[in-house]
Every structure is written in structure tokens, then in C-alpha cells.
Design a protein around this ligand. Sequence first.
Ligand code: SIN
Ligand code: FE2
Length: 247
Amino acid sequence: MLLQGFQMPEDDKNRTDFSNPPANEADAVGHTRPAPRILRGFRVYEGWLSAQEQVGLVADLRDILREAPLFSPRTPSGATMSVRMTSAGQWGWMSDLQGYRYAPRHPQGSDWPPIPPVLTALWAELVPQARPPETCLLNYYGPEAKMGMHQDRDEGDLSQPVVSVSLGDEALFRIGNLERGGRTESLWLRSGDVVVMEGAARLRYHGVDRIAAGTSLLLKQPGRINLTMRVVTPHRAVQERGLGNSA
Ligand code: SIN
Ligand code: FE2
């Protein structure tokens, strides 16, 4: 039943072949973590991950993709999204004609693979007050893919941040307002950049207008991976109320 509404091309695995270029030598010497730039309440860290860390992370993602291949979600209105997706963690995001939601298993029926430790460490460093991440969405953008303006509001505890990691080709990322429409600001997200969406900005509309294919050599093929870690379940107090637990 979970398979309903998904297109899972047979050749998906073959088309998702990320390379493993040698890490930049200078990287081994040391990498300075950047200070954030604040844009409409989003914390933007340019070049948070070193080249070496990015290469290691791509290797982790390759393992995830073997266990949990990319699929092409369909929106509730029936359109096929241009971004292909999968997830790691206890939950994974999915969408089909029944709507957007988090599911405990991949559409193929297997558990989602664990979130790579380098990502949970990044979360702990950047959002130390937050609950642990329960999912890491992996979005794969081919050169023509984009993502319309949307809010991230399928999670059960919107007080918790979303932490986004970009890998591969550059993406033109647009940040809007708390309601649809109005003036927006755009910035290019590059490989190794990290964005924290939190607090009042957590519900800002945002999207990806386009990918600049060929601007990074991290992935063997042109394209971009965006990872977003999130907390999915409601806060415990809300869960208990929901279950009618008066204790
Ligand atoms: C998202 O909004 O889920 C993805 C953002 C991005 O690709 O940078
Ligand atoms: Fe989003």
C-alpha cells in the first residue's frame, strides 16, 4: 500500500552513481568553521563542511541509497516532483495522492537506514538545545530539478529546527515570508553550506529555483543533493495528551 503513487524506475540505482574524488590536500591540515550570516532569520554557514568531510558524507549517502533508493514522489494533486528523494532515520518523508506525511518505512517496505554520525554530530553542534533528529531527507536535484516555494510543516513539533546541508552543484535558494507571496531574497547555496531554519523563521516559505549544473565536481554526475534533518514526532507532553494520558 505504501507503494501507491510512487514511481520507482528500475534503473534508479544505475543513474545514481556518485563519484569519490580525492579530498583536497589542504583540507587535512585544518578547516575553519565559518560564522553564520543571518538572512531573514535563517542561519547560513558558507562552507561549513570541508572538502574532505563532503567526500566522506557522499560515501555514507551512497550506502543509504543502496538500502533506500531514490523515488519520485507525487504531489497530492498528482504531479510528479522533479526532485527525487529518500530518507534516513526513524521516519522518512513521502508524498502521494493521499498527501504529504512521514512514514516509518521506505515505499519498498524496508526500514530507513540510520542517519550518518557526521550529520547527527553537525546537528548537535549547531542546534544543541534541540531534540535529536528523527529524519534526514535526501533530495536529489538533477540539472533540471527545482522545488516550488513551500513551508516545512509536516513535522509534529514545529518548535524544533530544520538543518539543511548542500552537496554538489550550486542551487539558487529563495527565502520568502511566513505567508505565501511578498518580497523574497535569493542566495546561491554551494557544496558544504549549511542552513539552520529555526524559531520564528522555521515556517518561512522557501524553495529552489534552479541548479547550476557543473559548478561542483563532488558528485560524478551533474546535480545536487540537499539533506534536511528534522524532528518528526510531537513533543512528549503533546503525545501524552493525545493518548488521553492524564498522569
Ligand atoms: C527543502 O526545502 O526541503 C530543500 C531545500 C534545499 O534543497 O535547499
Ligand atoms: Fe523545505
